[in-house]
Design a protein around this ligand. Structure first.
Ligand code: TYM
Length: 329
């Protein structure tokens, strides 16, 4: 049985990118593997230190996971900060992570560009904490979107380095995972870039049908193709990328053919896309509120999840400590 792990930062409502990049793959894998899914609240503090809303954000993320189909009877679902062993593993791994390589991480460079007033050490150490999340359970597969590829590459490098330095074969080389084999990036509908929680371009799992229709109808397009088989500009390619994951192959092929012979009407394309997104989102949304207000259930899920995650973490930490020469008297 393989160990599979994934996580999400609780910094806003979950969107289609989170669903198709991580959640959906995880939901499919949970029955056949040893699975961990967690809410990365420590990670959210690197950019969103907000004591007033943190707990609510965690509750939202947890409710949305469960509504999307994570089953706490088969997968271990927990909150990162309920498993303090991850902080110790992050500290230990950081002894072999070089400042230069951390500074070169794309996500770090991106964050310092966007938030030059808050370049904190937690942000620099972000990939190390993420490696600790993954290696804490010695996970083999990590279902994530394309945006996390570099972090996974660094996780593998840290594991390899650890094994080499101590001449052991203890930490695995974890692989990013998607059922379609290629990691995906769900774009926003604003013409460029990825769909994100704070980009203002998200279609959320909690959105109403009407909100989804409005957002899709507002998606950026152009005046239409004029030459058969012409290359799609980015905003149009983005709409097709989303259609590829939410719609049937027939629908996708139909609109692609219409684009290629220049008969496409973007209004029809968007209407179809909106309805297909609604098919995915509506059943999830219907479950979110019920779960969100069920205190006893949420309490049970995170309490049991934390216990199981701590047991798994203990085994890894014990090994790492011994390997590094930290031994009890
Ligand atoms: P986060 O919270 O930004 O996103 C959670 C998951 O959703 C995926 N994702 C996307 N996939 C495709 N297209 C998009 N537009 C899109 N936006 C988000 C992400 O790839 C991710 O899988 N650093 C992580 C959280 C984390 C983690 C981990 C993940 C911390 N420790 C250990 C896996 C394993 C993050 O910020 O994800």
């Amino acid at each position: 049985m393989d160990t599979v792990l994934s996580g999400i930062r609780p910094t806003g409502r979950l969107h289609l990118g989170n669903y198709f990049g991580a959640l959906k793959n995880f939901v499919k894998m949970q029955h056949e593997n040893r699975c961990f899914f967690f809410i990365a609240d420590y990670h959210s503090l690197t950019t969103h230190p907000d004591p007033v809303h943190l707990h609510d954000n965690v509750r939202n993320a947890l409710s949305e996971y469960l509504a999307a189909g994570l089953d706490p009877e088969v997968a271990t679902i927990y909150i990162q900060s309920d498993v303090p062993q991850v902080a110790e593993l992050s500290l230990l791994l950081s002894m072999h992570a070089y400042v230069g390589e951390l500074e070169r991480t794309a996500s770090f460079k991106d964050k310092i560009r966007k938030h030059p007033d808050n370049i904190n050490a937690g942000l620099l150490n972000y990939p190390v904490l993420m490696a600790a999340d993954i290696l804490l359970h010695r996970a083999k597969y990590v279902p994530v979107g394309k945006d996390q590829e570099q972090h996974l590459e660094m996780t593998r490098r840290f594991a390899r380095r650890f094994n080499q330095i101590y001449n052991v074969d203890f930490l695995p080389e974890s692989e990013p995972y998607n059922f379609g084999h290629e990691l995906i990036k769900i774009p926003g509908l604003d013409g460029n870039g990825k769909m994100g929680k704070s980009e203002g371009n998200g279609i959320f799992l909690a959105d109403t049908d009407d909100a989804i229709r409005k957002k899709v109808m507002r998606a950026v397009t152009d005046s239409g193709p004029t030459v058969p088989n012409q290359q799609m500009p980015e905003p149009i390619a983005n709409i097709f990328t989303i259609m590829k994951v939410v719609s049937s192959a027939d629908t996708y092929d139909h609109f692609l053919a219409a684009y290629n012979d220049c008969s496409i009407r973007y209004g029809d394309l968007k209407k179809q896309l909106a309805e297909d997104i609604i098919q995915v989102v509506a059943p999830i949304r219907a479950r979110i509120e019920d779960i969100r207000s069920n205190e006893a259930y949420l309490h049970k899920v995170v309490t049991e999840g934390a216990e199981r995650a701590r047991a798994s973490a203990d085994a890894t930490i014990k090994g790492v400590r011994e390997i590094m020469g930290i031994k009890p008297f």
